[in-house]
Each structure stands twice: as C-alpha cells, then as structure tokens.
Design a protein around this ligand. Structure first.
Ligand code: UDP
Length: 238
C-alpha cells in the first residue's frame, strides 16, 4: 500500500491518499486542542495511544456487528481505513452527566442517568459545532431519515458494547463522541476515532479522570493518564 499525497490535516490527525481510491491512511499526531481550537498544546505519545486504542476498539465493535472504517494498523501512528464521506455530525452518547451537559442543565458531574442519551452537533468549526436536533438535521439535509435511524441504532449499540468492555477494565464510560461516514455505495459505517480524546473515561474505583479532561481542565498528569488507560485496555484485551 503506497502512501500518496496529504488530503487533509485536522487538529489531531493527517489523512493521506493511497494507490487504492477506496482506502486512506490516517496519521495520528500528538497535537491537542480544546474549546474549538482556543486551547492548544501537545500530549507526548498521544498519537500512538489513540491510534492503537481506536483500532482495538473498532476491531471489537466490528466483531460485534458494527461496520467500521478500520482496515489495518500500519505503524504506531498510521492506520489504513476505508474512504468515507463524513456525515457532518458529532454524535454524543452519555451514561452520566458531565461536561457541557452538566453545565447546560445544571446537573452535577457524575450523576447517573435513568437511560443513556444521544445528541447531535452540526460539525462546523466556523459555527462552533452547534447542537442540532433530529428534525433540524433532516431539514438541512445533513443526513437522510434512514441514515439517522442507522446512526441512532449503531450509537446506542456501540455504547452497550464499549460500556461493558470498559467495565471489565475497571473503567466507567461516562460519555463519548462518534462520527459516521458513507461509503461510495451509501452504506453508513462508523469512522473517525474512539480514544481518550473523544471519550470520558473514569477509574471506576477512584473516579480519577483518565481522558482529555485532564488537558482541557489543566488537571496535570495528562501523559500518565493516557498511558494508564492504554495499559488498562491492553491488560483486558489480549
Ligand atoms: N467530544 C469530542 N469532540 C468534541 C466535543 C466533545 O470528542 O468536539 C467528546 C468529549 O470528549 C466527551 C463527549 O464528547 O467525551 C461529550 O462532550 P461534551 O458535550 O460534554 O463537551 P465538552 O464538555 O467536552 O465541551
């Protein structure tokens, strides 16, 4: 597989063309941003951890019947993925109140929910990724009705699978963000990444935050937390 020209550089990843038009190479960086790019920094080794963690989790999801873009890990930081057209939505699933949810509704962080919730943001940096509801996202044609149904179904299933898996590792899956994409034939599959950058992961025993909130909130021990969560995953996923 030949790595060709860079197609895109995002906040945490670069994307390259390959000699197969249906496949891309993703290259994970150590760069970290928060608050829509207002806070910038770097987390040493993050790219390696996010690459490897995302691949392991996507592989497990795939085995459990969720189609994903994952094809093959090529190196510490590089992965071969299926080319998709990204559905411009950030899909957020929550099990406990935290972050923007806690702020918006005045609910203390860590408050468990009666049932998991789902919400959507319109992926648009210039607008600051505004929240959008089902009827609105259908109205402006961000997704079709059947695609939205698939995204909802997959997202709650991913939550069940990941929550159970992280529980085995002694970790509480508080919330996470997913992105979906369309293959050339229109099939909707899971894309982007699943990592401590995109999930809130708390030690089940101590409540210690083992995710990007350590960076966002200047809690210190960022690199150690990423290494710790990766170690937890590896111990349970041999
Ligand atoms: N999230 C993400 N990218 C974003 C916004 C949120 O990966 O642009 C993840 C975040 O890591 C958390 C979940 O989505 O696991 C819910 O985030 P929230 O809406 O609470 O936003 P935040 O408080 O991070 O601004």
């Amino acid at each position: 597989m030949q790595k060709l020209e860079q197609l895109y550089e995002g906040k945490a990843k670069r994307v390259y063309a390959t000699d197969d038009p249906a496949l891309l190479i993703v290259d994970y960086k150590d760069d970290a941003t928060a608050f829509n790019g207002a806070k910038k920094g770097s987390i040493a080794g993050k790219g390696i951890i996010n690459n490897q963690m995302s691949n392991r989790l996507m592989h497990r999801l795939e085995q459990a019947g969720i189609p994903t873009h994952f094809v093959q890990e090529l190196s510490e930081r590089e992965t071969l993925v299926k080319r998709v057209e990204i559905v411009p939505l950030e899909v957020i699933v929550r099990n406990l109140a935290a972050g923007s949810f806690s702020k918006r509704y005045g609910i203390e962080e860590g408050t468990p929910f009666e049932a998991p919730t789902i919400e959507f943001s319109y992926k648009n940096d210039a607008l600051g990724d505004p929240l959008i509801n089902d009827s609105q996202l259908l109205a402006i044609r961000l997704a079709k009705e059947d695609e939205l149904e698939t995204i909802n179904r997959y997202s709650f299933r991913v939550n069940e699978l990941l929550r159970a898996f992280w529980a085995e590792c002694g970790v509480t899956l508080v919330d996470f963000k997913l992105e979906f994409g369309r293959l050339a034939d229109g099939t909707v599959i899971l894309a982007d990444e699943i990592s401590p950058d995109t999930c809130r992961l708390w030690d089940s025993a101590t409540g210690k935050k083992l995710d990007k909130d350590r960076f966002r909130r200047d809690l210190g021990g960022v690199e150690d937390a990423y290494a710790e969560i990766m170690r937890r995953l590896c111990e349970h996923d041999r």
